[in-house]
Write a protein that binds this ligand. Structure first.
Ligand code: 2U9
Length: 358
């Protein structure tokens, strides 16, 4: 049988000679593992008498501890050398050009919504929101749009299965139900805008089944058509950043306003190119009117005491006009090159004081 001295000397030599962590682990298993040489020596003590067993046992335990300590120390040494040789091999070339950083950008529709909120916010409007899934009372009936009205026909409206409080469910065709809900919930005076997604069963070069609108509503005891005109002229001049933008109001008809008007801005069309702000042509840009008393009554508002105006703007349209975006469909294609070209920096938050857009 091997003597303790021989085993210890060989084991310590092997620890010193272990060239890497794997080799060191092999030494540990060979000497101290379940069937390791020192472990077997310890087991073999059973045959000795008590006195000799005690002395040999102590010597063996001292040897085991010394070996375990030597293994730990060698492990530290090996780890240090491994790190040093890695550091010596790795070089950092600080003259290399920086990696390109992929930055996200704000979608032009989001930018327009932020700009519209900044402009109307300055005039004292707050933002109201409501559900995309509506019922036909909030989307049509309360707005004085009767069941036989063409806007209600299946071909224009996305009807959903099921009903709410006995009313058919629809994807809202305008954001007007947001104002209906606000009027039903909150007494006048009211001054709100409702930007958001709207849906119509229509898809071609100038219509998308999902598009965006912002509508506005002012209700109090004294607001009249002069306020409507001043407010919308102010909005259009701020949005297009043209102080003397020509604006004209043409009589029109909507079921929810009376009287109603369509609003045009001055432009020029020369050889297919459209320029906003000067020239002798007009471009239709939004619809508006004094809120029909029937709509106020549907929401439980005293139409003898209260009155006000409302308007609606298509956000894709004003965004295309301001930024020269030629095709509506590109808004929703999620083409990264398009988004990089037309998108806005997240740091350029629109405000009237610091400029709406860079
Ligand atoms: C309530 C009462 C009245 C909102 C209005 C228009 C005129 C209008 C179009 C503009 C372009 C829709 O996106 S578009 O096709 N909108 O012409 N919208 S008045 O009138 C309201 C709204 C809510 C309670």
């Amino acid at each position: 049988m091997e003597t303790l001295d021989t085993v210890r000397a060989e084991a310590l030599d092997a620890v010193g000679a272990a060239a890497d962590l794997d080799a060191l682990e092999q030494v540990r298993v060979r000497e101290l593992g379940k069937k390791g040489r020192l472990t077997l020596l310890l087991k073999s003590l059973g045959g000795l008498d008590a006195e000799a067993r005690k002395a040999a046992g102590q010597a063996l335990n001292v040897a085991k501890e010394a070996l375990a300590a030597a293994i730990e120390a060698r492990k530290g040494e090996l780890a240090r050398t491994a790190l040093e040789s890695r550091l010596a091999g790795e070089k950092l070339d600080i003259t290399l050009p920086v990696r390109p950083e992929m930055r996200g950008s704000i979608h032009p529709i989001s930018q327009t919504i932020d700009e519209v909120i900044a402009i109307f916010g300055e005039m004292g409007f707050t933002v109201a929101e409501g559900p995309d899934i509506e019922d036909d009372w909030h989307n049509f009936t309360a707005l004085n749009i009767p069941p036989e009205h063409p806007a209600r026909q299946e071909m224009d409206t996305f009807y959903l299965p099921g009903t709410r409080d006995g009313h058919r469910l629809v994807l809202r065709t305008h954001t007007s139900p947001v104002q209906i809900r606000t009027m039903c919930r909150q007494p006048p005076p009211l001054r709100i805008i409702a930007p958001g997604r709207t849906y119509r069963c229509d898809s071609d070069a100038t219509h998308s089944p999902m598009f965006h609108q912002v509508e506005g509503l002012v209700i109090d005891e004294t607001t009249h058509m002069g306020h409507l005109k001043g407010c919308l002229i102010e909005f259009l001049r701020a949005y297009f950043a043209i102080d003397d933008l020509p604006v004209r109001f043409r009589p029109s008809h909507f079921p929810f306003t009376e009287p109603s008007a369509e609003v045009d801005i001055g432009c020029s069309r020369t050889r297919g190119s459209l320029k906003i702000g000067h020239g002798s042509d007009w471009l239709e840009i939004l619809g508006c009117g004094m809120v029909n008393p029937k709509v106020l009554k549907a929401c439980g508002i005293d139409a003898e005491r209260y009155q006000g105006f409302a308007f609606g703007v298509g956000l894709e349209r004003i965004t295309m006009l301001k930024h020269g975006i030629p095709d509506l469909r590109t808004f929703f294609e999620s083409d990264l090159r398009w988004l990089r070209h037309y998108g806005f920096s997240a740091l350029d938050v629109p405000s009237l004081a610091f400029g709406l857009a860079p």
